[in-house]
Write a protein that binds this ligand. Sequence first.
Ligand code: CO
Length: 212
Amino acid sequence: MDKLQHIFERNRVWASKVKEEQSDFFLKLSEQQAPEYLWIGCADSRVPANQIINLPPGEVFVHRNIANVVVHTDLNCLSVIQYAVDVLKVKHIIVCGHYGCGGIKAALDSCEHGLIDNWLRHIKDVNRFHADKFKGLNTQEKEDLLCELNVVEQVTNVCNSTIVQRAWKRGDELSVHGWVYGIHDGILKDMDVCISSPEELYAKIDSASADY
Ligand code: CO
């Protein structure tokens, strides 16, 4: 703790500033959380969920991993989605990638990165599914395109999860969104793949794939 004393100091400054602005802020939050949004984003330190969408603690339930991947056998991610959908009753699930993503870059190069290469296989698969769209592009264009296609793919995975399928079946109001964040300008880009039903999943994802 000694070595990180400055972090504790920052924490106390932050907590007292929040209390100054709203004296019962922490009391209210300690009683319950009722976020409307589940954010599935990259672990990258430059892409902090709450700050990007300018929402305070209590408003966003968050899951982050390398390159915002949703794998059907990842109990960690699935547990977060299940709790968010079934218990917290979030109305929106946002998959947010970002340009300049190290995971995406690593998936496109042919170097060895160790254990993480097993995780990056999921992104290499996205590249393989859309191999024809990458022909003739330079490195930057390939990275940007894979960031976008990866988001669309992970939106599909969220929608196809038993959790979201069951939520739609019982009539829950639940939409899944795909966004890409620009580290260079702080702006979110909507990939326009908002899906709120199984019917939309087939209609929108098919047409989105065709557009790229
Ligand atoms: Co990243």
